[in-house]
Design a protein around this ligand. Structure first.
Ligand code: BES
Ligand code: ZN
Ligand code: ZN
Length: 507
């Protein structure tokens, strides 16, 4: 679905339908003035009086079929006082589901009504575009028998009554790029593990690099082992599919001397648990265990689509340790001790706590290779995070409060929810080992914090670092307003916000 812009007097606009937003208890005629010009029949449509403007309410109004705008979908926003950008997202999503049902090809949105909503005009435009595209996602790659694929509109058009406002046009383009990134992430995370292997991800990185001018570095199984990443190696020992450490870099001209922002994403393409085998119920969902790496791919797709260099003037690197976690005669046993790249030794109590084992070596490598100004790792790391924060919210841990707050706020702006958990060293007691420097698991209590504290042992003193446990929101068994069931693309937009805006002191 493309985003287009139409300018000129509203009498000249063309679309199968125009979306109009309305608050409860306010007259639509005053809220959407341009629409009355475009569809004068609206003024006398009896259905107008039936529409109350409740949040999520949809009103479908028909004019004469021969006129340029034969339909209007009224989108209720509820009371003006309780409006947030999330209300707008849900309302656009409901309207788009209706458009899908009615098989409408061309959907118009009047920018003036969007900019008239509370909050920043550019934000409302960006969110409306994102919310129009995201609910239309489907994963059809392996369907051969469905007679008719789900209908998807061809384009949404933003109508400007006067000249096209470049700030609002850029906001719309940003939304379109972010949505394209999320589509890629969803494809990778929904993709079954026999397709989405570490080498498949290497290919994806290569394609992104070729299309948008990023640089890619890849270490294979032997190189990872030779480098001394014993923790990473312990996870791929049981796998036949070859592991990869993939690094992808966006470096705008003149920025190669800058310390980069580095994102490190867990790329476990399938997590059986290894010798500490998981129960079989829902094990298939563990194809989503590369959701951290998947979000980084989405980020780079978004940066690329935005025109890279001009849009994101900051050096950004994604580091993705990718492997399966399989049981096998060669697989790591519980009780094995391995040496990480940092030199610290780890007693592997549970081979299902594999994410931290690949991340710790990837983070050590990333710090040595790139000396990041800021390092953020993201991972579907612990089931305990679902118990603590549920399905909608990810955990954020950070070396300082400014960083944690920035991530929480940037995330909230774009609809990714985070809540902080503590990185207190007292819980490290649980991770002490009799035979090595640490164990890879503690007790069941505070499992999400234990995992974060394990990772903390591999972060250089003074390094700015945040850890995002995205186990809950990455892959969902139910649909939500912006996402069908399955992969959501969570965190792509958070990473994009961080790439665009940086964090205080990390410019
Ligand atoms: N990939 C899982 C975590 C997970 C669980 C993500 C459910 C998404 C949904 C991770 O590798 C894992 O298995 N963690 C263990 C850790 C435990 C052994 C300390 C867990 O959460 O049970
Ligand atoms: Zn696991
Ligand atoms: Zn895992």
């Amino acid at each position: 679905m493309d985003v287009r812009f139409q300018r000129g007097p509203s009498g000249e606009w063309k679309a199968n339908v125009v979306l109009a937003f309305a608050f409860k208890g306010e007259d639509i005629r005053t809220q959407a003035k341009a629409l009355i010009d475009v569809a004068p029949w609206l003024d006398i449509a009896p259905a107008l009086n039936d529409f109350k403007g409740e949040a999520g309410e949809i009103g479908l109004l028909y004019g004469h079929p021969k006129i340029a705008i034969p339909r209007i979908i009224l989108c209720g926003l509820g009371g003006r006082d309780s409006y947030t950008v999330d209300t707008l997202r849900k309302s656009v999503s409901a309207a788009m589901q209706k458009c899908r049902e009615l098989k409408l090809e061309n959907i118009g949105i009047d920018v003036e009504t969007l900019s008239g909503l509370p909050g920043e005009a550019a934000r409302n435009v960006e969110e409306a575009v994102v919310a129009a595209i995201l609910p239309m996602y489907t994963y059809e790659r392996f369907r051969t028998t469905r007679k008719e694929p789900l209908f998807t509109p061809s384009w949404i058009s933003l109508f400007f009554a006067g000249d096209i406002d470049s700030e609002l046009r850029d906001a719309a383009r940003r939304g379109e790029s972010a949505a394209a990134g999320i589509y890629l992430t969803r494809d990778l995370v929904n993709g079954p593990a026999n397709l989405v292997t570490p080498s498949f991800l290497e290919e994806q990185a290569g394609k992104l690099a070729a299309r948008y001018g990023f640089t890619v570095r890849v270490l294979n199984r032997e190189e990872i082992a030779r480098e001394g990443m014993g923790a990473f190696e312990s996870v791929f020992k049981g796998a036949v599919e070859d592991a990869r450490l993939i690094a992808i870099e966006h470096c705008p001209k003149g920025r190669s001397g800058d310390k980069p922002v580095v994102f490190v994403g867990k790329g476990v393409t399938f997590d059986t648990g290894g010798i500490s085998l998981k129960p079989s119920a829902n094990m298939g969902d563990m194809k989503s265990d590369m959701g951290g790496a998947g979000a980084i791919f989405g980020l780079f797709e978004a940066i690329g689509q935005m025109g890279g260099q001009a849009a994101v003037d900051r050096r950004i690197i994604g580091v993705m340790p990718c492997t399966e976690n399989m049981p096998d005669g060669q697989a790591t046993r519980p009780g094995d001790v391995v040496k990480s790249l940092s030199g610290q030794t780890i007693e592997i109590i549970n081979t299902d706590a594999e994410g931290r084992l690949i991340l710790c070596d990837a983070m050590t490598w990333a710090q040595r290779e790139y000396d990041p100004a800021l390092m953020v790792d993201l991972a579907t790391l612990t089931g305990a995070c679902l118990i603590a924060l549920g399905n909608d919210v990810a955990a954020v841990f950070a070396t300082d409060e400014v960083l944690s707050d920035t991530i929480r706020k940037e995330g909230e702006t774009v609809g990714d929810l985070y809540w902080p958990l503590p990185l207190w060293d007292r819980y490290f007691e649980d991770l002490k080992s009799d035979v090595a420097d640490m164990k890879n698991v503690g007790g069941r209590e505070g499992g999400t914090i234990n995992a974060a504290l394990f990772l903390k042992q591999f972060v250089d003193e003074g390094r700015r670092w945040a850890h995002l446990d995205i186990a809950g929101p990455t892959f969902r068994s139910k649909k939500s307003p912006l996402s069908p069931f399955g992969a959501t693309g969570f965190a792509v937009r958070t990473l994009l916000q961080l790439a665009l805006n940086g964090v205080e002191d990390v410019k």
